[in-house]
Design a binder for this molecule. Sequence first.
Ligand SMILES: Nc1nc2c(c(=O)[nH]1)N[C@H]1C(S)=C(S)[C@@H](COP(=O)(O)O)O[C@H]1N2
Ligand SMILES: [Mo]
Length: 316
Amino acid sequence: MYVIKKPGWAMPERSATPEHLVVNRRHAMGLAAGGVALAALPKPAAASDFLAELYPAPRNERFVLDRPLTDESVATSYNNFYEFGSHKQIARAAQRLQLEPWEVVIDGLVEREIRLDAADLIRRFDLEERLYRLRCVEAWAMAVPWTGFPLKDLVAFAKPLGGAKYLRMETFLDPSMAPGQRQFWYPWPYVEGLTMAEATNELSFIATGMYGRPIPRQNGAPLRLAVPWKYGFKSIKSIRRFTFTAERPLSFWEELQGSEYGFWANVNPEVPHPRWSQAEERMIGTDEMIPTQLFNGYGEFVAHLYEGMADERLFM
Ligand SMILES: Nc1nc2c(c(=O)[nH]1)N[C@H]1C(S)=C(S)[C@@H](COP(=O)(O)O)O[C@H]1N2
Ligand SMILES: [Mo]
């Protein structure tokens, strides 16, 4: 594990989450001694029932936090999801996102193209919970318990060919559900990409749930990437298509404003955004200011991926 400095404001994440979530989550459906079972907590507004029977899943204890979890009500009501508007209060509008049917396409440089429903895809993998930080390029941050599966499991399922160098991911395209997609000056659909080494890194995760429940629409149901060492815009929501390619994909923000949002987008407090400093981050919910860390504190897992790449714009 990497060494974490515990500042005065830090508290162990265990005190921020019901203890039964740490213990035996699949069987913690009744009332746990000394606390209220998760299933008994009131469901927040704008929650989802998609594959509800799969949650909660057991926690993977390898991923620890240095700060309290963000309140569920905050993490599910302060969002970036430009398909539903270019502001943070899109949770209500995002309820129009229709999750059934949701066909996922896996194509490009693969043994054979795969098309299957998101529910069938998710059921193929062992779900686990991970506590991750998320650092938006706009200098706000949160700490959330995702549920999902490692992206490398999906890569193995896809059987990419030797020539595959990148994984390109694409969000749905349906302006009738998503009013933001009628804003023609954006290059819809939202696209993101990773190198194969990044996609198969242990940290790369596909989130299907959050706070021990199905992931809400506003946070990227039914499938959303979580790559916590990169700025939040890399964590593409509501993925419909995974394409293995030989060419580096052009991502949504890079196409829109390549001088400010690049392909790599690794977090680095010492490389300012052209219009603001990246030295600190504001935790949503508490507004605490916290020093930002190189690779958002995940260097132990990912720093080696970027050795010998000094010519690339790794931190923008
Ligand atoms: N499809 C899609 N994915 C997206 C975005 C978006 O607008 N559309 N915004 C990104 C940005 S900028 C951030 S910071 C995170 C926000 O995730 P959250 O709303 O779950 O906090 O989602 C990322 N994924
Ligand atoms: Mo972001």
